[in-house]
Structure formats: C-alpha cells, structure tokens
Ligand binder design. Structure first.
Ligand SMILES: [Zn+2]
Length: 58
C-alpha cells in the first residue's frame, strides 16, 4: 500500500490486459478497458487534466 499526499500529482500509466489496454493512475483511478492503446492513453490524459470531473457526462 502506498500513502500519497492529497497534493500528489496524478501519475498515469497504461497497462495491457489481454487484447485490451487501460489507463491507471497513482491515485487509484483506472480507466475503462479499451481495444486501442491510443484510447487508453487518451483516457489517461483526460484524467490528468480533469482528475475530479472525468466522470461527469457532457
Ligand atoms: Zn488520478
């Protein structure tokens, strides 16, 4: 278990799971499984830019 300060930057990575790719963040967030690694990276970037508003529908 890692303890992160509240001000920790969102450090995202992408990981592959079978034929899917998904984004993960150091805050514990993880994105949906994508068929494309590009998509997963987009999810990661989106989360870094808007960590607390990512789940709000447009
Ligand atoms: Zn995060």
């Amino acid at each position: 278990m890692h303890e992160l300060p509240a001000t920790a930057p969102h450090h995202t990575t992408t990981m592959e799971r079978g034929s899917f790719a998904l984004a993960r963040c150091s805050c514990g967030w993880s994105g949906p499984a994508r068929r494309s690694r590009d998509r997963a990276r987009t999810d990661a970037t989106d989360h870094e830019r808007a960590p607390s508003g990512g789940d709000v529908p447009a």
